[in-house]
Write a protein that binds this ligand. Sequence first.
Ligand SMILES: C=CC1=C(C)c2cc3[nH]c(cc4nc(cc5[nH]c(cc1n2)c(C)c5CCC(=O)O)C(CCC(=O)O)=C4C)c(C)c3C=C
Ligand SMILES: [Fe+2]
Length: 426
Amino acid sequence: MAKNESNSDSQGTISRRDMLKTAGVGGIGVLIGASGLGGLMSITESKASSTGAKEVVSYYGKHQAGITTKTQNNVYFIALDVTTSKKEDLVKLFKEWTLAAALMSEGKPVGELSSNEFLPPKDTGEAAGLSASNLTITFGVGPSLFVKDNQDRFGLKQKQPKELADLPKFPLDALEEEWSGGDLCIQACADDLQVAFHAVRNLIRIARGKAILKWAQPGFQRTKHADAKEGTPRNLFGFKDGTVNPDVKNENQVNEQVWVQPGDGPNWLAGGSYLVVRRIQMFIEVWDRTNLKEQEATFGRYRDSGAALGQKDEFEKLDLKHKHANGSYSIPGDSHTRLSHGNGSEQILRRAFSYSNGMDPKTGSFDAGLLFLCFQRTPSKQFIPIQKRLSEMDKLNEYTSHRGSAMFACLPGTKQGGFIGETLFN
Ligand SMILES: C=CC1=C(C)c2cc3[nH]c(cc4nc(cc5[nH]c(cc1n2)c(C)c5CCC(=O)O)C(CCC(=O)O)=C4C)c(C)c3C=C
Ligand SMILES: [Fe+2]
């Protein structure tokens, strides 16, 4: 935050830094009583402000944030397993998560930072003084929340959409249980990794006794500081990744491709979206020994400009018929671009992030790759047919391995006073 900017936003809300000061950490020293956060919020909400909300993505709305939101620099993605067997615990959890997520999205702590020295603070504190950094928190439910080991765990079996099912096994899948599945998921995206981590950490803390972490994967893209022009980010193979995507500003397109529509399935999911996650390892050492011509033939695009082979501009409409003088196609038949595009009828909203988890102890190489996250209205007509084509003959498969996989239904959004999941649980 710039030195002369106020910490408060236009709604009279207050940042983590102001909250710290109010709580006495920054020196002002107001005692917070047993009324805790509720009391504190009533003090702070009346605070007027002169500047607009900075780096805040509004939490409440028809759809959850973090889907058509402009992609942030970082993600912290987690899958959880539910440990409670009581539906009312789940409802309570989603109510608490909603309030906490709304606060954190505004750059506020989830509870008082230091009101009682004999108790652990409600908020873990590492985001104190940090801006909201465009934090978005997106919640999803997996097929196993509905039925696990043939058990209708929470009386929700009748509400399970047909589309919310385990993905089929694709050729070359090398999936590991430790990176797959989950009853619930949380995608926290922010322009600051510490802010994203703080969000999931506090949400897991709130879930204590009700749900546990199953797997977690942070991811990154180039920062907006490093690329002031905010061009298409490059993946760890050095190629621009994210060029062709539905236009999130076009309401017709997102209704067609991304948001589940009333009548598509059970009504509780209308306004939500299906998320497919693939944790794809990329063999960067092998790639780095591959010549540029081969690399470009693998993607069917030029590394430098991102344009399709035989074409000039990154965003030019694909010309799959373009041929070399010798009559062969400029964009090879086994290239990632030709196969993922198909006949253009299937589209997904990709929101992928690179990851780098140090060294893979089994091989001594980097454990690095792509946390492939994509949103869609109907997985059986979007991700599944695309991935079927790719898994059968994509040249990229020589350099990648799908190690993790999961599917979630991201719930519709909610209004202030409501809670995420209300349409499913009520
Ligand atoms: C099943 C869906 C897809 C998987 C899995 C996937 C993996 C994957 N992709 C890249 C890099 C690039 N992908 C590009 C385009 C592209 N990829 C998919 C789908 C999957 N990719 C689609 C639908 C598209 C767009 C197709 C089109 O209509 O043109 C590109 C080209 C530039 C771009 O448009 O983003 C790159 C580069 C990697 C590295 C990867 C797995 C590690
Ligand atoms: Fe791709």
